[in-house]
Ligand binder design. Structure first.
Ligand code: NDP
Length: 451
C-alpha cells in the first residue's frame, strides 16, 4: 500500500471522517501529494501529514444576543486555528445557518495551502457561526457581531490570528466586529481585514477575490495556449462579493458574462449582465435576483425549483469559460458533462471547492483548463495580507498599486502551480500542481520549526 493510501485509510477510520466535506478536501490533497511523499522520506519521518490534518486548536463558543423584539437568541461561534507555520493564522469568518465544525475544518485546511501558495507570510484558519444575517435588521447584525467578538477577542490579534470576511460577512459585519474589538481591548490595530476603507481597510479588498480569479484564468489560458477571454461568453454562479467582482472584471476585459445565481435562482441575460444593477440589488438592497427582470424583461429567471435533477441551470448555458463563485459542491458531475458537451474550455473556481470530485475528474480527463479554488481564489487573502502591511506601516496604498500587486501575485501563483505540475509529471493538472506546491511550502516550514 502506498503512503498516500495508508494515510487515506487512517483518515477514513479516524475522526476526519466525521464530515464529508472535510474528508473530501483531505482526500484530494493526499492523492495529489502521493508522488512527493513517496519520493522524499522526510515527510514521513516527521509525520507531517498526520500533524497537518489536525488543527492546532478549535475554539467553540456560545453567542447570546437580543433580537429587535427583546427575545434572547443563542448561536454557536467557532474559530479553527489550523496551522501557523508560515505566519499568523489567517482566514475568513462565515455567518450562515449551514456552518458547523466540519465545514470550518474543511475551509481552514484549504486555507493553509491557499495562503502558502500566495508566498506571503500567513498561516491558515477559518471561523464563523450558524447565525443567519439574512432578514435581520442592521441593529440585530450589530448586536450579534458584538456578542461574537466579546467571545472571540482574546484568541485573536495582528500577530496571532487575523480574521476576515466570507459568506455572510462583508464590510458591514467586519465594521461591527472591529468596533467591538476596539471597545473591549482599547486597541486600534490590524486585527481584522476587509475593513471599510475609512478605518484601515485596503482599497480593492472587496474586488480582490473576483478580480484575482480572472487574472489567474487569463494567465492559465495563456500558458495552455487557449484563446483569451475577450469577446467570449462566460457563465458565473453566485451573486455575492466574489461573483459580482468576477463579473465586473470580465466586463472590463471585454468578455460577456451572461449568468449569475443566488440561493433562490438564476438570471440569464444573453446580452451580458448589467453589473451596476446587480450590485445595487445584491450588495445594497440585499434583494432577490428575480428583481433584475423589472428593468431587464428580456432576461430569463429560473427558480431553483426548475433546476434539472442532480444539476444546476447555470451550467446548462453554453459558454467558453465557467466561474463557479457561490458555494461548495455546486457543480456536479451532471453539470460538468453539460459544460463539456456545450464546448466549455475553461473552469475557474471562485468559491471554495464548488466542484464535486466527480466533476473535477471529468474536467481533468477531458483536458479542460481547470483552476482549483486554493490557487484561483487566493486574491482575497493576498489583498488581506496587503491590508495587514498597510496597517502595520500606517500607510494607504492607491487602488492602482494594490491592483498591480494583485495581478502580479495571481500570475505568479498560476505560473508556479503550472511549473510544479510539470515537475511532478502531471503537466496541465493545476489541482495536483497547487496541492503539491502549497503542501511543500508548509511541510518544509513545519520540519524546520521542529516538533
Ligand atoms: P457572499 O455571501 O457575498 O455571496 C455568496 C453567494 O452565494 C450569494 O449570492 C448567495 O445567495 C449564494 N449562496 C450561498 N450559499 C448558497 C447555497 N447553499 N446555494 C446556492 N447559493 C448559495 O459570499 P462570497 O461571495 O464572499 O463567497 C462565495 C464563495 O467564495 C464562498 O465559497 C467563499 O468561501 C469563497 N471565497 C470568498 C472570498 C472572499 O474574499 N469573500 C475569498 C475566497 C473564497 P444569496 O444572495 O441568496 O444568499
Amino acid at each position: 500500500m502506498s503512503i498516500a493510501e495508508t494515510e487515506i485509510e487512517k483518515l477514513e477510520n479516524g475522526d476526519c471522517n466525521e464530515n464529508n466535506v472535510f474528508f473530501q478536501a483531505l482526500e484530494e490533497v493526499i492523492r495529489s501529494i502521493a508522488p512527493l511523499l513517496e519520493s522524499d522520506p522526510k515527510y514521513k519521518k516527521y509525520a507531517v501529514l498526520e500533524r497537518l490534518v489536525v488543527p492546532d486548536r478549535v475554539i467553540k463558543f456560545k453567542v447570546t444576543w437580543f433580537d429587535d423584539n427583546q427575545n434572547v437568541k443563542v448561536n454557536t461561534g467557532y474559530r479553527v486555528q489550523f496551522n501557523n507555520s508560515l505566519g499568523p493564522y489567517k482566514g475568513g469568518l462565515r455567518f450562515h445557518p449551514s456552518v458547523n465544525e466540519g465545514i470550518l475544518k474543511f475551509l481552514g485546511f484549504e486555507q493553509i495551502l491557499k495562503n502558502a501558495l500566495t508566498g506571503l507570510p500567513i498561516g491558515g484558519a477559518k471561523g464563523g457561526s450558524d447565525f443567519d444575517p439574512k432578514g435581520k435588521s442592521d441593529f440585530e447584525v450589530m448586536k450579534f457581531c458584538a456578542a461574537f467578538m466579546t467571545a472571540l477577542h482574546q484568541y485573536i490579534g495582528p500577530r496571532i490570528d487575523i480574521p476576515a470576511g466570507d459568506i455572510g460577512v462583508g464590510g458591514r459585519e467586519i465594521g461591527f466586529l472591529f468596533g467591538e474589538y476596539k471597545k473591549i481591548t482599547l486597541k486600534y490595530d490590524g486585527v481584522l481585514t476587509g475593513k471599510p476603507f475609512m478605518f484601515g481597510g485596503s482599497l480593492m479588498r472587496p474586488e480582490a477575490t473576483g478580480y484575482g480569479a480572472i487574472y489567474f484564468t487569463e494567465k492559465m489560458l495563456e500558458i495552455e495556449n487557449k484563446e483569451p477571454l475577450d469577446g467570449k461568453i462566460c457563465t458565473v454562479s453566485g451573486a455575492g462579493n466574489v461573483a459580482l467582482h468576477a463579473i465586473e472584471k470580465l466586463l472590463q476585459i471585454g468578455a460577456i458574462p451572461v449568468t449569475c445565481t443566488d440561493s433562490q435562482g438564476m438570471i440569464y441575460d444573453e446580452r451580458g449582465l448589467d453589473i451596476l444593477l446587480l450590485k445595487d440589488l445584491k450588495l445594497e438592497k440585499r434583494a432577490s435576483l428575480e428583481a433584475y427582470l423589472k428593468t431587464h424583461p428580456d432576461a430569463k429567471y429560473i427558480p431553483i425549483s426548475e433546476y434539472p435533477e442532480g444539476g444546476h441551470a447555470v451550467w446548462n448555458i453554453p459558454c467558453y469559460a465557467a466561474f463557479p463563485c457561490a458555494t461548495q459542491n455546486e457543480l456536479t458531475e451532471i453539470d460538468a458533462k453539460n459544460l463539456i458537451a456545450n464546448g466549455c474550455v475553461s473552469v475557474t473556481e471562485g468559491a471554495n471547492m464548488p466542484s464535486t470530485p466527480e466533476a473535477i475528474e471529468l474536467f481533468l480527463s477531458q483536458k479542460i483548463c481547470f483552476a482549483p479554488a486554493k490557487a484561483a481564489n487566493a486574491g482575497g487573502v493576498a489583498v488581506s495580507e496587503f491590508e495587514m502591511s498597510q496597517n502595520a506601516s500606517m500607510q494607504k496604498w492607491s487602488f492602482e498599486k494594490v491592483d498591480k500587486k494583485l495581478k502580479i501575485t495571481m500570475r505568479r501563483i498560476c505560473t508556479s502551480v503550472a511549473l510544479t505540475a510539470k515537475d511532478y509529471g502531471v503537466e496541465g493538472n493545476y489541482v495536483d500542481g497547487a496541492n503539491i506546491a502549497g503542501f511543500k511550502k508548509v511541510a518544509d516550514a513545519m520540519i524546520a520549526e521542529g516538533i
